[in-house]
Design a protein around this ligand. Structure first.
Ligand SMILES: NC(=O)c1ccc[n+]([C@@H]2O[C@H](COP(=O)([O-])OP(=O)(O)OC[C@H]3O[C@@H](n4cnc5c(N)ncnc54)[C@H](OP(=O)(O)O)[C@@H]3O)[C@@H](O)[C@H]2O)c1
Length: 245
């Protein structure tokens, strides 16, 4: 049986959520803060990040913001140094920032530029964020990494003609999330001895700017799986793609 629990130690956990100025990332930040975590909202537009953090503080949350731009991989090491200087510790890293492009599509027509740009953010830059923040995360007594992925990244689902999203043949987006899931599995194995739990979370089809608000779920529902995995206390699941239905 899988069990989830919020941390019970007196240590106030510190979380970083990338792409947290809006959408699912903002709601993940709110739910983590409501669970007693000091949450730091990462945003590529520093003003939008601070505005979002201010909104959460007005609700009584312990929230701050930091500038993190996945479009500038060279800046990420500096962002990690800045984070450590300001906050001193990191227990939970939620890799939420992601894009989907209109000119992505099936393999025969997708814009190669769109495929490359989608991989840049959803996979390469996410890998770079992990590498930049891992040294600090390793100093946590119970580190957690949650990669916000998607069912669209499942090879099994993509191979099933009866799958509900079988028409969603976005070679850039789907393949970038499949690569992200591979990263989760390899990282989970690598970090197991250090006690850091690594999982992928599928928010489900959620109404946000990413899909022109066509999703069936609210961001509150979409944030549920990432938040559960971020607050995981037991030594499993680990290296899974987890959905909260
Ligand atoms: N919505 C769904 O149905 C669904 C389903 C499965 C998985 N997901 C995943 O959930 C995550 C959040 O998506 P969402 O639906 O909440 O979309 P969203 O509302 O468009 O939010 C995406 C967030 O990522 C940020 N971002 C994009 N590129 C960035 C970059 N280069 N550097 C820093 N931040 C960047 C955006 O910042 P800006 O505001 O500056 O653009 C925004 O804060 C994504 O990884 C997405 O793939 C979504």
């Amino acid at each position: 049986m899988i069990m989830f629990s919020e941390p019970t130690t007196s240590h106030r956990k510190i979380a970083l959520v990338t792409g947290a100025n809006k959408g699912i990332g903002f709601e993940i930040s709110r739910q983590l803060a409501n669970a007693g975590v000091h949450v730091v909202l990462g945003a590529r537009d520093a003003q939008k990040g601070e505005d979002a953090a201010r909104t959460l503080r007005a609700e009584g949350c312990d929230a701050d913001s930091i500038h993190i731009d996945l479009g500038d991989i060279a800046s990420l090491a500096e962002a990690a140094v800045d984070f450590e200087r300001k906050f001193g510790a990191l227990d939970i890293l939620v890799n939420n920032a992601g894009i989907a492009r209109q000119d992505d599509g099936p393999p025969d027509t997708a814009s190669p530029d769109a495929v490359r740009a989608t991989f840049e953010t959803n996979f390469f830059a996410t890998l770079a964020v992990i590498q930049a923040f891992l040294p600090l995360l390793k100093t946590s007594p119970s580190g957690r990494i949650v990669n916000v992925s998607s069912e669209l990244g499942s090879l099994t689902q993509n191979a099933d003609p009866a799958w509900a999203f079988a028409e969603h043949q976005l070679i850039g987006y789907n393949a970038s999330k499949a690569a992200l899931n591979m990263l989760t599995i390899q990282l989970a194995k690598l970090l197991a001895p250090s006690g850091i739990l690594v999982n992928s979370a599928d928010p489900g089809f959620t109404a946000t700017d990413l899909n022109g608000h066509q999703g069936f779920q609210s961001t509150k529902q979409g944030a549920a799986a990432p938040v559960r995995l971020a607050l995981l206390r037991l030594l499993r699941p680990h290296g899974w793609l987890f959905q909260c239905k």
